[in-house]
Design a protein around this ligand. Sequence first.
Ligand code: GLC
Length: 744
Amino acid sequence: MKKGLLALGIAALLATGCKQTGNTEEDRFIESLLSQMTLEEKIGQMNQLSFDQPLDSIKAKIRAGEIGSMLNIDPTLINEIQKTAVEESRLGIPLIIGRDIIHGYKTVLPIPLGLAASFDPQLVEAGTHMAATEAREEGITWTFAPMLDISRDARWGRIAESLGEDSYLSGELGAAMVRGFQGKQLSDNDAIAACVKHFVGYGAAEGGRDYNSTYIPEMLLRNVYLPPFQKAIEAGAATLMTSFNDNNGVPASGNDFLLRTVLRNEWNFDGFVVSDWCSMSEMIPHGFAADRKDVARISANAGVDMEMVSQTYIDHLPELVTEKKVPIETIDEAVRNILRIKYRLGLFENPYVDDVEEGMSTIYSDEHLQTARRAAVESAVLLKNNGVLPLKPGQTLAIIGPMANAPHDQLGTWSFDGDKNRTVTPLKALQSEEYKQVKYLYEAGLDYSRDTDTRNFERVKSAVRRADVALVFVGEEAILSGEAHSLSNINLIGAQSELLKAVKSTGKPVVMVVIAGRPLTIERDLPYADAILYNFHPGTMGGLAILDLLYGKENPSGKLPVTFVREVGQIPMYYNHNNTGRPAHNQIIPLKDIPLEAPQTSLGNTSFYLDSGKDPLFVFGYGLSYSTFEYTDLNLSNHEPKAGDTLTVTATIKNTSRVDGTEVAQLYVRDLVGSITRPVKELKGFQRLFIKAGESQTVTFELPISELAFYGRDLQKRVEAGQFDLWVGPNSAEGLKGSFTVTE
Ligand code: GLC
């Protein structure tokens, strides 16, 4: 740390008179530093640049105190850049270095949608702790994660980065990610600042088209979209990022209701808010700001502390302050928030990244690779199995499909730092020590997921005929999901469905292994697969994890964090929907079976699709195992609890198979009558239970009745007395049903 600053800081700490907002050493340090800063230096802290201009010009701006943060820096340059800030700028304030470490840094985990399928907060925390350790080792102190956008639309490419459609699951796992990233304290060398994003409602983009407008009334915001963010903030998230979307006409980067009323006044958030990439200047095309100066005024007053790359603050805040259009107190508060996180990260004391001793790097360590493998195992979901799985030793396999050996694509979206040469694909896994005894024939059939060239299909069929079972690896290249990659058709792309059919035409058993970034519409493929193992881009160790699961070394335990629709036209379809006044009870009516000149109301006037019915293909929470589990003996501790009570719910789960396995037991409730219409089910608890073959375990859920509270028309949150149904089961469509009445 610069001697001058240290001396000044100590002097100021001893001196009286510097404005202090609190009486901690942290507050005193911040106030003392703030009191020495010029307006330009303050605004410089609010300016984040990307490493997309010559190093010398970046350094000149840093020296002039015009930059507070950088992102996308080549890690080998971090110390050099930091040295410029700490030793060559007037006050030596260190930079905070940010990066998109969304699901792993170098060792890549399954994409967040896959991590969500694990329903395992401990695993998720271990995975993000791994990412933080690797990143901090290279000088990165801030990640732009977790992404907690509720996603109910598989057309939206960023569903890949989300934790799925459910608010409770996203909140539990989002808080676990914050704990994993931030560790015990931010200044530790295995901790980086988390950034909860995208605040808020981004996943509700109309039409599933990225960046599109959202229309979420405050009541729905508070009941569905805000809770995961609140849980992450309560878990101590250091920063938060505003989203691109305009919700109800107001872009998030100019929304003082979100950034001040909710975030600061209600949630007491004391970290800092960063805009998304140019989300501030995009208020001009939104038609919400007249020009760049207007952007700076709106965002500063709304509560955006740091501007990501659009530089309206550095260009216009000085004059806005002079013109008293932005109070200096607003600037001071933004800078306090930023300095506070830099202080907590320990950057003033240790701004530089230490060299790592030979052989001591944590990157790609065995422990990390094991964590990634465990994560890929738990993130996979077995959707179908007619007995072909687990595979038997000695079987000859036909390894087919464009995703059998796709090292780049297997890493999924937002894997900037993952090295595809380290990816263990399914094909590579077959060449590993652990699986090298397996006999297999490999014919990709298609070169990549979009490939429509069927010329190799005969070679494929010939190989399959010489095998005992075919493993067909299909799905999506990484580029087909993630930011700005919405799709209007989410069938298996290219000629993959045709490939599957061709393989099945041989009469051999077929295992369909999907590696994709979203829930695809695979109903048309189901008849050609005797088993389906679904992997949301499983990351570095995905290949080994998939073989572990296919051979039964691991028993599938993943559950779907999103609904799988039958047709893209069913979207939005999610489990925690309202009942409507005309809930459908009927199943699909094959259109061919509808009589000619059918009378107007002969098909029933209820809420369903004539051609695809009322139900999805696979429901939220669904996932099979090699074990079978039987739920019995549901018990509620109280059938008439009061609002302040806690309900203890127990059930017995028996593993009725001969295979040890893990079941994710889920607790759902339904508020039967409310002052507003309420969802037909809401997840209120889940637990992973490892149950040995033939044995039983009791699952116990503690449900505080306060967890049943919701925001009503008056936007007040309260529990309403009345009748509730409750389920304990294996997914959102099945389970033991009970009921209770909340009394006044
Ligand atoms: C992107 C994304 C955001 C990311 C940021 C920095 O546009 O929306 O999630 O963290 O820019 O890369």
